[in-house]
Design a protein around this ligand. Structure first.
Ligand SMILES: NC(=O)c1ccc[n+]([C@@H]2O[C@H](COP(=O)([O-])OP(=O)(O)OC[C@H]3O[C@@H](n4cnc5c(N)ncnc54)[C@H](O)[C@@H]3O)[C@@H](O)[C@H]2O)c1
Length: 308
């Protein structure tokens, strides 16, 4: 490899995730190239990059280091690392990884940003499976600075270590997951919380707005500074045990999508885009939530940049 700070990295898929991932990797000094089958998506890149640079208070100089093409070979044939962020379809990802196997140098790390597909399935067409890992970024990847680095092959240790160094150098906090399990770690916890939230509303304990208020004004406020297990350690494990003795038998354990969610969807209540989901939304209210989230995440990212 050409040194940890000036690597050749190909990003495959230039949508919501790929564009943010490419931006961050280029900002860190890597030579980044983006591939997409859709020229229209590549044409949107300057606008997307300008908006990310604006959010992060950058001058946009890194953007000059990003190339793009609709020819896959051009993007990956000299790559030290490829990050795949194409649509979430197994056959499509397998076909891409089969081409990476043919086209990339044998030292190249092959990473998928899949949300849910097992890494081992994506790696099927690749001869040396130890090159294939998961890199689960969060949306938007330029603002949420966590990446779950997922090991699937037992021999991937050195590849995982290199990937973590590259991603850490580009401003993310990489965490190593030693097993390739559905939802990785973050989405498992996020959806365990959502299952309980839906159950509470369905049981008439409170409405959806109240659930959101309890999280935002209650324990959610401290989650950015103290994790759940850190908090148990702080308070003493016996407290967690006492609470679990009473609470765990009462928590929702529905092993499939809940009726309340299925019924809303069947009624066409799909969330902000249809004006109603768990809650009702005017256009103005929906815009206010989106802006609130963008501004909060951008401020967090700027704070992190100032502290580094
Ligand atoms: N959006 C999220 O919240 C999120 C979070 C984490 C992971 N992911 C995962 O990241 C991946 C990409 O998601 P996204 O939200 O950026 O999707 P997106 O639809 O915004 O972008 C996908 C891009 O891939 C391009 N594409 C289509 N076929 C292709 C091909 N054969 N080769 C290369 N590019 C192709 C599309 O033109 C598009 O530009 C998915 O696997 C998704 O599950 C998404």
């Amino acid at each position: 490899m050409a040194g940890e700070n000036r690597l050749r990295i190909g990003v495959v898929g230039s949508g919501r995730m790929g564009s943010g991932i490419a931006y961050m990797l280029a900002q860190a000094g890597n030579a980044v190239s983006l591939f997409d089958t859709d020229p229209a998506s590549l044409e949107l890149l300057p606008e997307r990059f300008d908006s990310i640079a604006g959010l992060l208070g950058h001058d946009g100089a890194a953007l000059r280091r990003i190339n793009s093409s609709t020819d896959l070979a051009t993007i990956v044939q000299k790559a030290d690392m490829v990050v795949e962020a194409a649509p979430e379809k197994l056959e499509l990802k397998q076909s891409l990884f089969s081409q990476f196997d043919e086209l990339t140098p044998t030292h190249a790390i092959l990473a998928s940003n899949t949300s849910a597909i097992p890494i081992a399935s994506i790696a099927k067409p690749v001869r040396d499976k130890s090159r294939v890992i998961g890199t689960h970024f969060w949306n938007p990847p330029h603002l949420i600075r966590l990446v779950e680095v997922v090991q699937s092959d037992p021999d991937s240790g050195p590849v995982i270590a290199k990937a973590m160094a590259i991603l850490g150098g580009a401003g993310w906090t990489p965490v190593h997951l030693k097993r390739d399990i559905p939802g990785f770690v973050g989405n498992r916890m996020q959806h365990a919380l959502k299952r309980e939230a839906i159950a509470l509303v369905a049981a008439g304990v409170c409405d959806a707005e109240t659930v959101d208020t309890v999280v935002k004004m209650g324990f959610g406020g401290r989650l950015g500074v103290i994790g759940p297990l850190e908090q148990s350690d702080m308070l003493g494990l016996e407290l967690t045990q006492n609470i679990h003795n009473v609470l765990l038998p009462d928590l929702d354990v529905t092993p499939h999508t809940q009726d309340h969610l299925n019924n809303l969807i069947a009624e066409g209540k799909l969330g902000m885009k249809t004006g109603e989901g768990f809650r009702s939304w005017t256009e103005e209210q929906a815009d206010e939530v989106r802006n609130r989230l963008d501004n909060f995440l951008a401020e967090q990212a700027r704070k992190m940049a100032r502290n580094n």
